[in-house]
Design a protein around this ligand. Structure first.
Ligand code: SAH
Length: 663
């Protein structure tokens, strides 16, 4: 059995069967058709990834799961006549040909059609004929069809296609008023003029361009701006929304009192560079500390860096080498004026309450940024092309982000996985020395077991960085959770903790596409499982404004415009309320009308340390059920970027007195 056979078997099991495709014909076909033969040679390593892949001409081969889902919905039977619209690579046509009697596949791009024809011939598919033409008008000469499937999304189902269905025939195609976001629709022809229609799920396909589809790309953008409001959701949100005063008002954080009895309050953020999210979390945390006895803060940052802040806020002596925390990419995440203000408050609070000092911890003990830096530096010296690709890949590191362009760039240099051994060796060294340092720190010794486990999983960690392997994401989340418990346990059963991390860590992953489809879990989900109602998960979101982010991993921080939220997204509905700031309490029994509506998965935006507005739609949205993810959600319609502090020791600035951020 070749590696590809193994990968294919695993893909079918994990991506197709586990996600509920039950059609035996489809499963058998997926097990047989070699997807690696349908992708460009340099992308073969990714052939069984859970993603579409570019095939040239701005087109893509569909994600395996979605092809399986469409074929199953089309209920293909042996002997059927099938019309496949949008041949592309020919992969879907080959799958259909494994099951059906005869397949006509139609492609508007003549060169794609030609290569698909050759490929299908070479692989021995004699029952497929590839035609060059406009699929929106079907193929009257060969009709009627028992099944029609379209791999491109149009504004509506073309009449010609309905007419070319045989009695009982099934048509499955993406339909939607937006170019990149559609509903997958299934139509069954019951009689001469009688069609059943149902929506299967939300999808994102390339546009169906033709006489009865979208116009040629140049003119297509107009169609994008057609509003498709969802008034009832907006109204439900507006009815439930509790308007909030300005963040600086003493009343702002009052809403958190309803969660004051919880043991762990987790505060999210929709980006890693928005001032309002930091200021709001600071105000909420102050209230939890001052009024409700919370005594620990843990953030999505490296343990050793956070340990320096912890010493500073408790006025403990610093190690002689005067470490400067948070100097590596993405430094602005913590080295910003809002966080500095919060640290100053913590220090003065602790000075005034020595008997009950607040502790500050970092949960992310992976030394993520430093390790990524090391990988990039190493690659810079041995293979600059691979380094460029690695930077691009890291930009989409988060499993919440998939960017086709990144796969595309892999074509620049084949075989960059060759560096793996060296890189892993580097990483292990690095982790060891960094963790040794933390281990020696008498104030905050790291748990030895965690430490050695970390080093042991360095390889996995590397794969997470390079390949986005979901199991590695789970390792990271589990480590964050283990560290959180370790910190809590140290402080006794009464200790209560506030956590600051990105929404992707905090919103219960089981209520998201990543959790459901890829078995990804996260800190919020683990906290719910462990603490039950004693954990509160609170998300934060925004419609537009500015954000601090980089364009690629390790790149300079830029202040970027946040594109207005995508129509159809949960943010778009919140924006539709017309309110500048509000709280949405999503606990059962509080606002059940809104809660029920927000249980339905919608697109939700995730902006990390990398934000590329040009890939906003494709790279930064995922499906999630907001009411399943969070106990409450805090909304700021317009937000602005954090103000970063200088990183370099040479940059003389006025922060000298603001140690630990100054030099
Ligand atoms: N099923 C393909 C996916 C191809 S992507 C695969 O498995 O590889 C969609 C394809 O639809 C693109 O190749 C695009 O060129 C084609 N397309 C778009 N509009 C079309 C139209 N009106 N008629 C035929 N093909 C079309």
């Amino acid at each position: 059995m070749s590696d590809f056979d193994d990968a294919r078997a695993w893909m079918v099991e994990r991506q197709i069967v586990r996600r509920g495709v039950r059609d035996d014909y489809v499963i058998a076909a997926m097990r047989r058709v070699p997807r690696e033969a349908f992708v460009p040679p340099d992308l073969r390593d990714f052939a069984y990834d859970d993603t579409p892949l570019p095939i040239g001409g701005e087109q893509s081969i569909s994600q395996p799961f979605i092809v399986a889902k469409m074929l199953a919905a089309a209920e293909l039977q042996p002997g059927d006549r099938v019309l496949d619209i949008g041949t592309g690579s020919g992969y879907a046509a080959a799958l259909a040909a494994e099951i059906a009697g005869r397949v006509d596949s139609i492609e508007r791009d003549a060169s794609l059609a030609e290569s698909a024809r050759e490929r299908l011939q070479r692989l021995g598919y004699e029952n497929v004929e590839v035609h060059v033409g406009d699929g929106t008008v079907g193929l009257a000469a060969h009709a009627p069809y028992n099944a029609i499937i379209a791999a491109a999304g149009g504004p509506h189902v073309p009449q010609a296609l309905r007419a070319q269905l045989a009695p009982g025939g099934r048509l499955v195609m993406p339909v939607g008023s937006s170019l990149n976001h559609q509903r997958l629709v299934k139509i069954v022809r019951r009689g001469e003029h009688d069609y059943d229609e149902q929506t299967l799920c939300d999808v994102r396909f390339v546009p169906l361009v033709g006489d009865d589809g979208w116009p040629e790309p140049r003119g297509a953008s107009r169609a994008n701006s057609r509003p498709a409001p969802t008034p009832t959701l907006e109204v439900a949100i507006r009815d439930a929304a509790e308007p909030l005063p300005d963040i600086d008002s003493p009343e702002f954080a009052g809403f958190i009192d309803r969660f004051a009895e919880r043991r762990v309050v987790l505060l999210g953020e929709a980006t890693h560079g928005t001032s309002e999210f930091y200021r709001a979390r600071a105000a909420i945390t102050r209230r939890l500390v001052e009024r409700h006895g919370f005594s620990m803060i843990a953030v999505e940052a490296d343990w050793p860096d956070a340990a320096i802040i912890d010493r500073h806020v408790r006025a403990r002596p610093m190690p002689v080498e005067r470490p400067r925390p948070f100097c590596r990419f993405p430094a602005w995440m913590w080295r910003n004026t809002d966080f500095m203000g919060f640290v100053a408050w913590l220090r003065s609070h602790n000075a005034a309450h020595r008997e009950r000092e607040i502790r500050f911890y970092g949960l992310d003990i992976y030394s993520l940024s430093e390790s990524l830096d090391a990988v990039l530096h190493y690659l810079d010296s041995v293979d600059p092309a691979a380094a460029r690709i690695a930077r691009a890949r890291f930009a989409c590191l988060s499993p919440w982000q998939k960017d086709l362009a990144v796969y595309g760039r892999a074509a620049l240099s084949g075989g960059y996985a060759q560096c793996e051994e060296h890189v892993v060796a580097q990483l292990v060294d690095l982790l060891k020395s960094r963790l040794d340092y933390a281990q020696k720190d008498g104030e905050c010794p790291l748990d030895a077991a965690l430490n050695s486990r970390l080093v042991a999983i360095a390889r996995h960690y590397y794969r997470a960085m390079y390949y986005g392997d979901p199991q590695s994401w789970n390792l990271r989340e589990t480590h964050m959770f283990d560290t959180l418990r370790l910190a809590l346990d140290r402080h006794g059963s009464q200790a209560r903790l506030v956590v600051w991390a990105h929404n992707s860590h905090i919103g219960d992953a089981s209520a998201t596409q990543m959790g459901r489809e890829q078995d990804e879990l996260n800190l919020g989900e683990l906290c719910r499982a462990h603490f039950g109602d004693a954990a509160a998960l609170i998300g934060f979101g925004t419609h537009s404004g500015t954000v601090a982010a980089a364009s690629e991993w390790g790149g300079p921080m830029e202040v970027k415009s946040v594109l207005p939220s995508l129509e159809g997204s949960v943010e778009f509905s919140m924006h539709g309320t017309g309110l500048a700031r509000f709280l949405l309490d999503l606990r059962p029994g509080v606002h059940d009308a809104a809660r029920e509506r927000l249980r339905v998965p919608l697109l939700e935006r995730f902006i990390g340390v990398i934000y590329r507005p040009e890939t906003d739609r494709d790279c930064h949205y995922a499906q999630a059920s907001l009411a399943g993810q969070f106990d409450a959600f805090v909304w700021f319609d317009r937000t602005s970027a954090v103000t970063a502090l200088p990183v370099s020791a040479d940059e003389k600035d006025s922060t000298a007195q603001t140690f630990p951020f100054g030099v």
